[in-house]
Design a protein around this ligand. Sequence first.
Ligand code: C2O
Length: 508
Amino acid sequence: MTDNAPSRRRFLQAAAAAGVTAGLGRAAAPAGKVLVRRDIASLDPNGPEIASLRRGFAVMKARPASDPTSFIFQANIHLTRDLPAARGWNQCPHGNYFFAPWHRMYTYWFERLLRAAAGDPTLTVPYWNPASPASRTLPVAFRLPADASNPLYLAERNTDAGGVNAGAVFPPSAAATTWVAMATTVYSSPGGTNAGFGGAAKRQSSPYFGQIEGWHNLIHVLLGGTTGYMSDPFMSGREPIFWPHHANVDRLWKRWLDQGNGRANPTHDRAWMDATFDFVDENGRAVKMAVRDALDTEAQLGYRYDDDPPPVAHPVGVAPPRPAPLPDAVTAEAKVPRTALGTDGPVSVTVEFGAAREAIGKAAASGAAMVLLAVEGIRFPAEPPVYYETYLNLPAGAEADYQGVHYAGNLVFAGLGPHLHGDGLPPGVSEYTDAEAKLAEEEGECPPGGRRTFDVTDLVRTLHARGLWDADRLRVTFVMRGLIPVNGAGVTTPGEKCRFDKVSLKVT
Ligand code: C2O
């Protein structure tokens, strides 16, 4: 393919510069051909691509779990409660900067297995892009026919709001707000924040999901609801829509890089580049792949997306200057009434700046320091099938508009549940002390450290510039959202056990 040549050349140059053997990883691509992953909305549910996809899933599902090329074995590579664990199971990295490359490799190897199982050398995993207004329901091929004759169908999905399988609609502030992740310019989250695109620079799971993972988590939650597979990382690999969802996340990683302006993978970070993970090829043989061998989807992995721009050299970006850390971070905080989040009305809390007034004022006026909004002490008994749009200084009575100037992002509880801390995970994967985690688990809650941060540096400066800032206090408003119901159904509110203790604004 001629249009692949520049990108291939670029890769070889980069590989040579890095002292890597040229051609490494290339063997993976089928006969030098670059396959295209397409938007599922562009495929006919009764057409040949979906038929092929169904055949691949059906063949893999029919294989016994002991077969490394089976659907269940592959799902267990993500995470599983099945014992004894086979080699390669339970790998999924979440809450760290391996999220994007690992899920890319996982989808890539799964796709190869699917291709072989379907006997279709052109099969690719389509991507599902719910940000597109035409794609706000679960793709119809995954819903209908709603029985065992359809290997893409699964009963264990969010039943709220009439049900994902009945066509309940993903709300725009959940589906379309990939822009929050796209706006980030750093890959690795600065310490103790969710502010990077790709997550915290560490090996362990942590609550510091990157922005793209945070967005992806919300789609998981809305797909799975309280009891479905997608809300449970131990089961999500057994949900066929997992793959189109992850193909889309993978595509968004490319779209993020395409924006340039300093956006770059952390290729200087050897711990990231050299990290190696275990997968299985279509012959059932164990294979290893390093992050550095999966950074160029065309040259190294042999696939592209239907909306990939023509290959041009990524701008060697100069990162916009990040504010230098202040010698002393200042924090203003407000306690939240215990029952605040249980119902569906908007909830507002006010953070009084007090002694932090001056530092916050300076940051708001100049943007010269990073401003973080943190929601802390998050607890809930079971994953609620809802999330909270979060607004700063939304005037009382004003309409909550996620496209408006006051919108800060979504508060999502995914990944803070008790099941992520214990349940067969190796020791040390939690950020919390054993005693804290144990107590929380006894109460059926996530650990008391459950915490989410929003990088509101730019938002605060914008509000200030538009005269929407108050020098003494900040009003933070949470508006509950769930699936948009079908068939006159309702949305389940999570009840008063779902809560958090504190909202704080930190200038750092
Ligand atoms: Cu490892 Cu979408 O999950």
